[in-house]
Design a protein around this ligand. Structure first.
Ligand code: ATP
Ligand code: MG
Length: 179
């Protein structure tokens, strides 16, 4: 039980709020411990997220936050837009290289579960890379509908459950809380 420096595969999934913010909270903790952090955002939201500026304040030697997708991907469309697929693939190739290089002790793949569930990315090479990752590297995968093969190779899986969300009362996204 006293194993130290075991790089974990962590999944934050489920329909409730807090998947990305929990990953950022872990980053905050990890930076304090001197771990180098990389966060690759597979699906870029439409807001200017506060964490982009926080990362710049902390400096690239501590945390790098890279939005690599386009704005909101159209959901409900039968086929994903080929341009979105290309950007997701490119983001994955980049992230895969960084995970395997061991350059960062914490790599966050933000919204990768969403990209997989919308068939923009094949889960098999992701699971394969996770199995080959260097021992000391922690990886967090966020997004709804985590694929069973990703859940299978994870060490820690948390499903956020919605109990209440302000959106139900018509309260829109709040600066500093949602973006
Ligand atoms: P956050 O980034 O706030 O931690 P998340 O990563 O859990 O949220 P996403 O699926 O990435 O959730 O959605 C991001 C945006 O959608 C956020 O602005 C968030 O407040 C909002 N959101 C998340 N969950 C819900 C929900 N259950 N109902 C309505 N809006 C939600
Ligand atoms: Mg999110």
């Amino acid at each position: 039980m006293a194993e130290t420096n075991k790089g974990l595969i962590i999944v934050n999934t489920g329909p409730g709020k807090g998947k990305t913010t929990a990953a950022l909270g872990t980053a905050f903790r990890a930076i304090g411990q001197g771990l180098r952090v990389l966060m690759v955002q597979f699906i870029k939201g439409s807001w200017h997220y506060g964490e982009l500026d926080t990362a710049k304040m902390l400096g690239e030697d501590r945390i790098q936050l890279l939005p690599m997708g386009r704005g909101f991907v159209k959901i409900g469309a039968e086929q994903p837009d080929p341009e979105d697929v290309r950007l997701v693939q490119q983001a994955w190739e980049f992230a895969r290289g960084k995970i395997l290089s061991g350059e960062y002790e914490l790599v966050i793949l933000d919204e990768i579960n969403y990209a997989i569930s919308y068939k923009m990315l094949d889960p098999a090479p992701v699971a394969e890379a996770l199995k080959q990752k260097p021992e000391n590297v922690h990886v967090i995968l966020t997004g709804r509908n985590a694929h069973p093969s990703i859940v299978e190779c994870a060490d820690l899986v948390t499903e956020m459950r919605e109990v209440k969300h302000p959106y139900q009362k018509g309260i829109l996204a709040q600066r500093g809380i949602d973006y």
